[in-house]
Design a protein around this ligand. Structure first.
Ligand code: XIL
Length: 643
């Protein structure tokens, strides 16, 4: 940088004066401070966090001997202001943005860049109290402002809920009701947070417009006059003349209307009411129905108070409503008891009989193929498999949320002719069974939860193993191999040893126990014991059956009743004893949590194996041959129904 001529002259004079020691008497030319050649500001960039934050800047003047005053300025006072006149300055943040702060001295200047980052100082909610019903997400309308009061768009906010079980909140601030209760939702950003309180109401959506419910004839009906807007002071229960088919209206219900009934508008009139439940009402079966013209439209209702057995519903549109329970099903009770209630299924009946299908789906949550997975039916020729019927049953089971118990891999009955012709050897039988198990179990792996691997291998007199086709030719260790092959084909299926006349402790049950223990000690993968339970009217007592179940459970096995039926001699009554026998099997099973299921061997006398297998006997099932429930059904159901 070159000096201007006048300055250069003055500077030369100043140097000359200094060289002569300043002791001269001549009056020197007036000499000022040296001219400023450069001004710099440090730091070159300054970040200020938050409105009102301050930072320091310092100016350096070259040459250092120049004694010039400094003027500070900002190019954007809306973002940052600056004060200071000497070399030091204080910068104050005003709002988010960038400003250039300049120090000027002696005609020279230097600058620093100041960035103001604003932080969220306040959060506000449009509403801080929410009332939600389940499955109705609602956004939290949140406004974030910075320190200066300016709105911050897209602030970084974190949301938390005090009770996930009541209401959840997404990262975008949408709250979703989960179950009745109250929760606090907190939104936090920087130093600010705000809370909303959420009350989740019970789920039903009955609606009323200032209606009344009264008890008349012991049946509940909510009658809603159209167009009314005032809060109901009384509700009326009326007799419903055309209740939903296949339904039982709740009898003798009292209805309590909670005092705080809110009405947003006639169209969204809502009221809450509570219905006490009768002792035999199963929570999962409770339904709410709305009369729409002449048809009942069903809607599920949540039960919120299991202890006091009450359901509370939220009502919301005009119309006629009823609370009712369909007849309790076996499967709903079994589900409450945490077990499976199963039945053997006839492929023919499944294919051809709609009533059969309907009852099957409504009442059972587990199925066993009665015949179609047996060796002969499913593997009729050495390289031919017939999976069609088994596949149909599995589709039906999947469609109706049922488990499948596979039956059966190793058995001495219903074998195909090809297996026994010629002179089968140990080697040929092992090879055939291994191929069979690999093929069948692999095909259904993941879809069959439990398998009867070996069936009826105990001798009838209880003295050890039955001398069967398989064990005689191939040796008793074919049983061990069958379990091992099944495990390899589906590692997740539970593998059972299944037999009859083993439902009370005695010689045959003892032999089964000994075999199960031997298998396990030998490392054979056996998980469970299947008790067939083909009973006559006077089967082992409840105590005997319970002790038997307990013994297997104590030894570490799962247990299931796999083929329960109670046959009656023709010409005898026996229906009451039959009902007791059915009930006791369930009661015995329910004494142990590891008794996982009670499966009946067919549910209707219409398609019974009994008359064919036991001439002179019949009527062994829960429903008769025209699908009317028998006392056995009630006896069986009641044993499931007790809590
Ligand atoms: C029966 C079927 O119910 C009949 O339809 C078939 O004719 C013979 O087999 N123990 C069992 C079952 O393990 O497989 C049997 O099923 C009944 C006895």
């Amino acid at each position: 940088m070159s000096m201007r001529p006048l300055l250069r002259l003055r500077f030369a004079a100043f140097l000359a004066l200094a060289a002569c020691g300043g002791g001269g008497t001549d009056t020197p030319d007036p000499v000022g401070p040296p001219a400023v050649t450069a001004v710099s500001v440090a730091p070159a960039t300054l970040n200020l966090q938050g409105i009102g934050a301050t930072g320091a800047l310092a100016a350096t003047i070259a040459p250092s001997t120049a004694m010039a005053s400094v003027t500070w300025s900002t190019n954007n006072a809306a973002v940052a202001t600056v004060t200071g006149s000497g070399p030091s300055a204080t910068v104050t943040a005003v709002s988010a943005g960038t400003a250039t702060i300049t120090a000027t001295s002696g005609g020279r200047s230097g600058s620093a860049t100041v960035t103001v980052t604003s932080t969220v100082r306040t959060l506000t909610l449009a509403t801080s109290a929410f009332t939600l019903v389940p499955a109705q997400p609602q956004p939290l309308a949140l406004t974030a402002r910075d320190e200066g009061g300016a709105v911050i768009t897209n602030p970084a906010v974190t949301y938390t809920t005090s009770a996930e079980s009541v209401a959840t909140v997404s990262s975008a601030g949408v709250i979703t009701a989960v179950a009745p209760g109250t929760a606090t939702i907190t939104a936090s950003a920087a130093s600010a947070n705000v809370t909303a309180s959420v009350t989740v109401l019970e789920g039903g959506y009955v609606t009323a417009s200032g209606g009344t419910i009264t008890a008349l004839g012991g049946q509940l009906q909510l009658v809603v006059p159209t167009g009314a807007v005032s809060a109901p002071t009384a509700l009326t229960v009326r007799t419903v003349s055309t209740p939903p088919t296949n339904a039982r209206l709740l009898a003798n219900t009292a209805v309590l209307i909670e005092p705080a009934v809110t009405f947003a508008s006639p169209a969204t009139l809502r009221l809450r009411y509570t219905v006490p439940l009768a002792a035999d009402v199963v929570e999962t079966q409770l339904r709410l129905a709305r009369l729409d013209g002449s048809t009942w439209q069903e809607q599920a209702v949540r039960v919120v108070d299991r202890t006091n057995r009450r359901v509370t519903a939220l009502a919301s549109t005009t119309g006629t409503w009823a609370v009712f329970v369909p007849p309790p099903s076996l499967r709903s009770f079994a589900q409450l008891a945490g077990r499976e209630v199963g039945t053997a299924v006839s492929a023919d009946a499944l294919r051809s009989d709609a009533t059969y299908r309907q009852l099957l789906a409504a009442e059972f949550n587990s199925v066993t193929p009665e015949n179609v997975m047996k060796f002969g039916p499913i593997h009729p020729a050495p390289t031919t498999y017939n999976f069609a019927d088994a596949d149909s049953l599995l589709s039906f089971a999947a469609a109706h949320n049922m488990t499948v118990h596979g039956h059966v891999l190793l058995w001495h009955n219903q074998q195909p002719a090809w297996l026994t012709v010629g002179t089968p050897t140990r080697a040929s039988l092992l090879a055939a069974l291994r191929d069979h198990i690999q093929t069948v179990v692999t095909r259904y792996a993941g879809r069959i939860a439990t398998w009867d691997v070996a069936n009826e291998v105990i001798a009838d007199n209880g003295t050890g193993l039955r001398a069967s086709f398989w064990t005689t030719i191939a040796g008793p260790d074919i049983i061990d191999s069958a379990f091992a092959w099944a495990r390899r084909a589906d590692p997740n299926a539970k593998l059972y040893l299944n037999d009859y006349a083993v439902e009370a402790i005695g010689p045959k049950s003892d032999s089964m126990f000994a075999l199960a223990m031997r298998l396990r000690a030998a490392g054979v993968p056996i998980d469970g014991i299947g008790l067939q339970a083909h009973f006559l009217v006077n089967p082992p007592s409840l105590a005997q059956q319970s002790a038997n179940v307990a013994r297997f459970v104590a030894a570490g096995f799962d247990v299931r009743y796999t083929e329960l039926d109670v046959r009656l001699a023709n010409g005898t009554d026996g229906l009451a004893a039959q009902a007791t026998a059915y009930g006791n099997a369930v009661r015995a099973c329910r004494t142990q949590l590891r008794c996982r299921a009670v499966t009946v061997w067919g549910f209707t006398d219409r398609y019974s194996w009994i008359p064919g297998a036991f001439p002179g006997f019949g009527r062994g099932h829960l429903w008769d041959d025209v699908f009317a429930p028998k006392p056995a059904y009630t006896g069986f159901r009641d044993a499931w129904a007790v809590p």
